[in-house]
Ligand binder design. Structure first.
Ligand SMILES: [Zn+2]
Length: 320
């Protein structure tokens, strides 16, 4: 903890006096990139934050199964970088796909984003996937993880790798990635989750996507949680996907994002990537997880079309 106390107090007082102006800017998508969303008391420099994120990302890469299909990887990276360009983020990002049935994505400080195959499979349009990824980009842009660590006085750098973010669903990555994390560290600041929701819909909107796709995805997750609590309990049990999050997002869209005549809803590439993920990586609900699995190599060719799952088009398809 090397920050002088006086400096911290001054920064804190300034934040209070200008907070309503800063809040207004945070709600205005025209101010994206021009509003310092990551400000707030933080013991970590950007450099330290990147080093920390890199270290955590290495742990995930060591302990989980990454998807190495280049078509999937290239697509997710391109989708992510486009969102980053339309965000407040100031650090370079990497995006990777992790095998796992969680309907989740998560990010580490400094721009390391991981998307579970389960989330790709559960999304019905590119806009829905973009919404979940934009939420993660927002956590990074707003420096939520290190700000929360700072607030929790977890100032010892060595202990911070034990803190993992809740991701898109608010569910900690701990179980999915198989990391040995003490539960005590998995506390989430609701305000940061709401802020990531609020910023995320702005980023996807600015990138041209229909922000209501996020509401669609929330609705399906909420109803899935009600309908089959047992099936997905491990995804939701610590931090449920709640209806108020859905309602707040609807309100934010109505208040902050003037509707446009055209939005990107989905692309044929999204369908192709989702089909590849479905056929190659995703464990079926009733399948025995201990059964040995065969994996098709990308060279084996594209999987067959699933004609019963047409993309949801609201206004128009993406043509470029
Ligand atoms: Zn989150």
């Amino acid at each position: 903890m090397k920050l002088p106390l006086i400096g911290m107090l001054t920064a804190s007082m300034l934040m209070v006096s200008s907070s309503s102006l800063a809040d207004d800017k945070k709600k205005d998508p025209d101010q994206i990139g021009n509003r310092n969303v990551g400000s707030g008391i933080n013991f970590y420099s950007i450099q330290k934050e990147i080093a920390l994120g890199k270290q955590l990302a290495e742990e995930v890469r060591k302990q989980s199964k990454l998807v190495d299909d280049p078509i999937v990887g290239e697509y997710i990276n391109r989708l992510g970088q486009n969102l980053v360009r339309n965000s407040d983020a100031t650090v370079p990002f990497t995006f990777q796909v992790v095998e796992g049935d969680q309907l989740n994505a998560f990010a580490f400080p400094g721009g390391f984003v991981f998307v579970y195959t389960g989330l790709i499979e559960a999304t019905e349009t590119e806009a829905e996937l973009a919404g979940a990824m934009a939420h993660e980009i927002a956590h990074v842009a707003a420096r939520h993880m290190t700000r929360q660590a700072t607030r929790g006085q977890i100032a010892n750098y060595a202990t911070l790798p034990l803190v993992l973010w809740g991701g898109w669903t608010g569910y900690a990555v701990r179980q999915g990635a198989g990391l040995g994390i003490p539960l005590g560290f998995l506390s989430f600041d609701r305000r940061f989750e709401s802020e990531a929701d609020m910023l995320g819909i702005q980023y996807m909107y600015k990138a041209g996507y229909d922000p209501t796709a996020t509401v669609d995805l929330f609705e399906r997750m909420v109803s899935l949680q009600k309908r089959k609590p047992g099936t997905i309990a491990r995804v939701f049990n610590t931090h449920p996907m709640t209806e108020d999050r859905l309602v707040q997002t609807q309100k934010n869209i109505a208040e902050m994002l003037p509707s446009r005549p055209e939005y990107v809803v989905t692309t044929s590439e999204f369908n192709e990537v989702r089909d590849r993920v479905k056929s190659q990586y995703v464990r079926r609900e009733k399948e025995d997880p201990n059964r040995p699995r065969l994996r098709k190599s990308p060279a084996a060719g594209a999987p067959a079309e699933e004609s019963d799952e047409k993309p949801t088009l609201k206004r128009r398809d993406w043509v470029d």
